[in-house]
Design a protein around this ligand. Structure first.
Ligand SMILES: Cc1cc2nc3c(=O)[nH]c(=O)nc-3n(C[C@H](O)[C@H](O)[C@H](O)COP(=O)(O)OP(=O)(O)OC[C@H]3O[C@@H](n4cnc5c(N)ncnc54)[C@H](O)[C@@H]3O)c2cc1C
Length: 367
């Protein structure tokens, strides 16, 4: 928590890739010409036989008014500059502690880091002896703690409820954040929770170059792919990682999207790479196409918790439930959900998920 800087966790990609005879062009892709097999960048054009898109996400901070961090008082940690901004904001906050809100906006999918931040900041404050001066409230669109966009897993819900109770972290589930100001976080239904530092995870979207290329992505900018991560309409185009369109596992009163983890990204990349290699060499691709699983480590300050996937098991019979923690008031319900909090998929993906064993109907994973 604030102990390491960006340079401490960075290394130079070019030499690492050169060792595998991969040329690294450090350029920004600005668009794709799918019919001509061209990638346009800020420096030049690149031709391709096969294209693999792994551009991750764009944080849709605009989904919640005031969700900065550079255009409003709310903070995020979804990118290195945002994490560094949060570090400075936290340093200032610690000089003048007060109420804090941690949570996720409607439609968020990367929910784990919000839990980690709440638990880590609790630990930090206890170590500094200032926890009693910082009431912490956790606000989430999830129907219950630990849903994580995947319908929960194992006893993660009970575990997180227990941790929050023990650490006196209040929480509100099924709650849609509607605005962040310098003094408060407003939620649907009209309540405003006092907050001097608000860390809110935004919903995600595809990056501009992908989102704005005609025929490449769904309306949210994510790429629809088949079980081998091939584009549904352009078979020479692949996508892996957060750039891929994955449907939510179930409908929830306030939208929550499926978490696309780094561990899953690696598996997707392996499947796509083996498919491309097989097509080039004329051989059959090796490996299972649906072996998606997730392994996560939750940093909780003084200790951590690891979790492993439950591949190919869907949380089929979990109906959405609302849970309210020690807030003294009920959950704020279904109202006022922004459109950018909508599911991360589109009709094409939904159609595919109605079929047998398709990627758009992802395996359940545990965090
Ligand atoms: C705070 C936090 C904690 C997390 N914790 C975990 C965890 O414990 N376990 C886990 O499995 N996952 C975790 N994740 C999720 C994990 O980081 C992502 O799933 C993973 O990084 C996604 O990989 P990706 O390659 O799809 O995208 P990214 O890692 O985001 O990489 C995308 C790359 O594309 C580049 N790019 C974007 N646009 C362009 C463009 N136009 N031109 C050229 N390059 C471009 C970006 O600069 C970036 O380098 C966490 C995420 C966050 C934010």
């Amino acid at each position: 928590m604030g102990r390491r800087r960006l340079q401490d966790i960075s290394f130079d990609l070019a030499p690492a890739l050169a060792r595998r005879q991969i040329r690294f062009a450090h350029e920004t892709a600005t668009g794709f010409e799918l019919e001509r097999h061209l990638v346009r960048t800020d420096a030049r054009e690149h031709e391709y036989d096969f294209l693999l898109i792994a551009t991750g996400h764009r944080s849709a901070n605009e989904a919640v008014p005031g969700l900065g961090p550079f255009a409003g008082p709310g903070h995020s940690l979804m990118s290195p500059p945002e994490a560094e901004e949060l570090r400075s904001a936290l340093e200032r906050f610690l000089q003048r502690p007060g109420p804090m809100v941690v949570g996720c906006a409607p439609g968020a999918s990367c929910i784990g880091p919000a839990y980690e931040f709440a638990l880590e900041v609790d630990h930090l404050l206890r170590r500094r002896g200032s926890r009693s001066r910082v009431p912490i409230t956790f606000v989430t669109p999830e129907p219950y703690l630990g849903h994580m966009g995947m319908g929960g897993a194992g006893k993660i819900r009970q575990f997180l409820e227990g941790e929050f109770e023990e650490r006196d972290i209040r929480y509100r589930s099924t709650t849609a954040i509607t605005e962040i100001t310098a003094e408060a976080v407003s939620v649907a239904g009209g309540a405003a929770i006092e907050s001097r530092l608000s860390l809110i995870i935004p919903p995600l979207a595809g990056v501009e170059a992908v989102a704005t290329t005609s025929g490449l992505a769904n309306p949210k900018g994510f790429v629809p792919v088949d079980e081998r991560y091939r584009h549904l309409e352009h078979p020479d185009v692949y996508a892996v990682g957060v750039a891929v369109a994955l449907a939510p596992v179930e409908e929830t009163p306030v939208p929550v999207n499926f978490p696309k983890t780094g561990h899953m990204t690696e598996q997707m990349a392996t499947i796509a790479a083996s498919d491309i290699a097989a097509r080039i060499s004329g051989k059959t691709a090796a490996g299972e196409s649906h072996a998606l699983s997730a392994r996560c480590i939750m940093d909780m300050g003084s200790r951590g918790r690891t979790s492993t996937s439950i591949p190919s098991v869907r949380p089929v019979s979990r109906s959405p439930r609302s849970v309210t923690g020690r807030t003294g008031s009920g959950p704020s319900g279904r109202s006022s959900v922004s459109t950018s909090g909508a599911p991360d998929t589109d009709d094409r993906c939904r159609q595919r998920s109605a079929g047998s064993a398709q990627l758009c109907e992802p395996a359940a994973v545990s965090m």
